[in-house]
Design a protein around this ligand. Structure first.
Ligand code: FES
Length: 169
């Protein structure tokens, strides 16, 4: 049995209860560890170390196993992110077509550094490697939405679109 202390004080108990409910619906949660992690990230927005440890304890598996899966899949994040994650591709095709300027403009528009969350919690920005859409270079993604042939001039409009969606909520 692991001796690491589990500190729940930074975890929202209602969210933990929601995760517990989900785990209860699974016949074999250990076999479905990836599903559990997906659900946990959906609920919490990211997978901090204490949440990974909570999941490990809950499923009676090692924290190293949980962290191994989290580290292996780039989808999972251990850092807090904004509601919308803006990813700017810095792969070769995108880079030679001006991705760096796009990234700089995004950071300037949002007044953040890479991997920081905006003050309103809506956005965080990261650079990524080739996402396999080189014909649309340079590209930027926000969540599941892909924006191709990006220019720095298009950046404010793209961001405003997401701000607009939030205002319509
Ligand atoms: S290099 Fe950006 S999508 Fe391939």
């Amino acid at each position: 049995m692991e001796k690491v202390n589990l500190d729940l004080k930074d975890l929202d108990l209602e969210k933990l209860a929601e995760l517990d409910q989900y785990i209860l619906t699974l016949d074999d949660p250990v076999e479905r560890l990836i599903n559990v992690l997906h659900r946990a990230q959906d609920i919490f927005g990211y997978l901090p170390p204490n949440l990974q440890l909570y999941i490990a304890r809950k499923l009676n598996i090692s924290a190293a196993k949980v962290n191994g899966v989290v580290s292996f899949y780039s989808y999972f994040t251990e850092e807090k992110t904004g509601k919308y994650v803006v990813s700017v591709c810095m792969g070769t095709a995108c880079y030679v077509k001006g991705a760096e300027k796009v990234l700089k403009r995004v950071l300037k528009e949002l007044c953040v550094e890479k991997n920081e969350v905006t003050k309103d919690g809506l956005f965080s920005v990261k650079d990524v490697r080739c996402v396999g859409a080189c014909s649309l270079a340079p590209i930027l993604t926000i969540g599941e939405t892909v924006f191709g042939h990006m220019t720095e001039e298009k950046v404010p409009g793209v961001l405003n679109k997401f701000r607009g969606e939030i205002n319509e909520d």
